[in-house]
Design a protein around this ligand. Structure first.
Ligand code: 6PG
Length: 475
């Protein structure tokens, strides 16, 4: 392709970059490709002959930029962090006023805010874009969270809308706010993803260690749950993973997988940001910390030698219809609490960063394409659509009824787990948070008294105005 005719250029042919490029080309856009190891870009075209006409790999970054229609759109799909800064530096001298650079990786939104500022005055627009859905999502329709100038979004929408997943005919892509809004929302998506996955793993632990169920039987339970309130991609893949046999040994594959979870950082960032904003996100925190504990397998094995396992009481966890119903209800209730925490972080960040995040739209674009996609997100969207001000999802009629009803099951499940020594950090965190959140008279009056005693930090009184200090007895 000699003349500039590509609608968009994708820079970085890792899995996500290549899959997004194929998706974009399939939607009919002329797509330029570039990768530092240039053969990779040509490989993407050659391996996909049905799309070859739309895919235009280039030998050099200069040729790649020149192959783009002006004003240009460059989508950077490289590893988050330094590689993004490096690519921006290489691109900048080749770009002109009005061009758009999109970072479609899992960036720390603080970096996105910084990169936006650095681009100020250059005339080049920077867009931080969260993309969720893994490899298949990128190829066939991800959920896309866009941050940057609204006018720039208007220019990108014709490309991004058909590329995104569709839910009931509506594209799962939206402009969420300026600078880091898109990447921030993606970070919280991942924090919720962690919490959801951890709570599912805890219920799996109860069924395995408490009720003594086999992996295929548990697979059937999750498949059944996927037909009702818990319906979601994560529950669906749980059933698939549990049902899978290892072709070599014939054993359930899940039983052969080492119990050490990896993490790339986004879940942790969500917790760090929640802490900075002063929002209790205990289910997300528990999930991140549980991955950390899981990765110290040798240490855990040594601790088990010291303490032994508690005498698990399988009888307490019955895998009969009633016992399974209780677990299902407990998981549904804890899930509502976890999502409410994720939404509370976004609401606080929206104020702090003046993004005016469209929280209902976020639920809408998470209904398909992304890892946490589920019908449940449609309920969240409806709660926001209802027109009333949502202070917290736990206070909406949509969810308060369900939590009021489901809390008893969550209490019973957490109590049994605690008494039997089955770890349920995220389920227990959800319950404790809920109990804390719904209590009008808390206990930090004592904390305030202590702070005033040792540090003269002052406290407020119900019966007087203004900050008070008391002359406490010397200790
Ligand atoms: C998504 C996912 C994805 C994430 C992986 C792995 O929305 O498609 O969140 O972006 O990178 O799930 O994350 P961890 O390695 O941290 O588990």
């Amino acid at each position: 392709m000699s003349e500039a005719k590509a609608d968009i250029g994708v820079l970085g042919m890792g899995t996500m970059g290549a899959m997004l490029a194929l998706n974009i080309a399939e939607e009919g856009f002329e797509t330029a490709l570039f990768n530092r190891t240039t053969s990779k870009a040509f490989g993407v075209r050659d391996d996909n002959p049905e799309l070859a006409e739309k895919l235009h790999p280039q030998e050099t970054l200069e040729a790649f930029v020149q192959s783009l229609k002006t004003p240009r759109v460059v989508l950077i799909m490289v590893n988050a962090g330094k590689p993004v800064d490096e690519q921006i530096e290489h691109l900048k001298p080749l770009l002109a006023q009005g061009d758009i650079v999109i970072d479609g990786g899992n960036a720390d939104f603080n970096d996105t805010v910084r990169r936006n500022k650095a681009m100020d005055g250059s005339g080049i627009h920077f867009v931080g874009m969260g993309v969720s859905g893994g490899e298949l999502g990128a190829r066939h329709g991800p959920s896309i969270m866009v941050g940057g100038d609204k006018a720039v979004w208007e220019r990108l929408a014709p490309i991004l809308k058909p590329v995104a997943a569709q839910y009931d005919g509506a594209p799962c892509v939206a402009w969420l706010g300026t600078d880091g809004a898109g990447h921030f929302v993606k970070t919280i998506h991942n924090g919720i993803e962690y919490a959801d996955m951890q709570m599912i793993a805890e219920v799996y632990g109860i069924l395995r260690d408490g009720a003594g169920m086999s992996a295929p039987d548990m697979g059937r339970v999750f498949a059944d749950w996927n037909t009702r309130g818990l319906q979601s991609y994560l529950i669906e893949i749980t059933a698939t993973v549990l049902a899978e046999n290892d072709p070599e040994t014939g054993k359930p594959l899940v039983d052969l997988i080492v119990d050490e979870a990896g993490q790339k950082g986004t879940g942790r960032w969500s917790v760090i940001e929640a802490q900075k904003l002063g929002i209790g996100a205990t289910t997300l925190e528990s999930a991140v910390s549980a991955r950390g504990v899981s990765s110290r397998r040798k240490e855990r094995a040594d601790a088990e030698k010291i303490y032994g396992t508690l005498d698990l009481a399988p009888a307490d966890f019955r895998a009969d219809a009633e016992g399974l119903k209780e677990l299902e209800e407990a998981l549904e209730t804890a899930k509502i609490i976890a999502y409410a925490q994720g939404y509370a972080i976004m609401a606080a960040a929206s104020q702090e960063w003046k993004w005016n995040l469209p929280l209902g739209d976020i639920a809408r674009i998470w209904r398909a394409g992304c890892i946490i996609r589920s019908n449940f997100l449609d309920d969240i969207a409806k709660a926001y659509e209802s027109g009333e001000t949502v202070i917290n999802l736990l206070q909406t009629p949509t969810f308060s009824g369900r939590v009021s009803k489901g809390q008893a099951a969550l209490r019973r499940v957490v109590s049994k787990a605690v008494l039997s020594g089955v770890p349920v950090p995220a389920l227990a965190a959800a319950l404790s948070y809920f109990d804390d959140y719904r209590r009008a008279r808390g206990t930090t009056n004592l904390t305030q008294g202590q702070r005033d005693l040792f540090g003269a930090h002052t406290f407020n009184r119900f019966d007087k105005d203004g900050a008070q200090h008391h002359h406490w007895p010397a200790v």
